[in-house]
Design a protein around this ligand. Sequence first.
Ligand SMILES: [Zn+2]
Length: 138
Amino acid sequence: MATALLLQRTPQRPAGARRPDDRTAPDDDPGRILVCAACLQAITTTGASIEMAGSHTHTFSNPHGLVFHIRCFAVAPGCVSASEASTVFSWFPGYAWMVGVCRGCGEHLGWLFVSADSRFHGLIADRLAETEGPGPGD
Ligand SMILES: [Zn+2]
């Protein structure tokens, strides 16, 4: 299931490039919307999936022994930071982290990782749910 997501990058197609009847081109797929599993707030899309340290998905444990399976995204507009940046026990060397919560309900969804020149979201896989869309006539 996760394999298909690995191949999808943030689409950068020019506006208007897609013809209305050209819905079958694989490269034109913006991906599926990923929503908060708790409240269905739109968080990000599978098209925003990125690889960090060689993989889209990672499994980490925190100092308390809790294990998290996370997925990396370039952007996650529905996830907002809810803490100061910290470099303590960062899972990605060179990045500080902030707790990321759902914009809709405040559920802890993962973390925003920031470095001097880049940032990404690491979101807990089972706190997201996939929806179909956003295309019409589905
Ligand atoms: Zn939510």
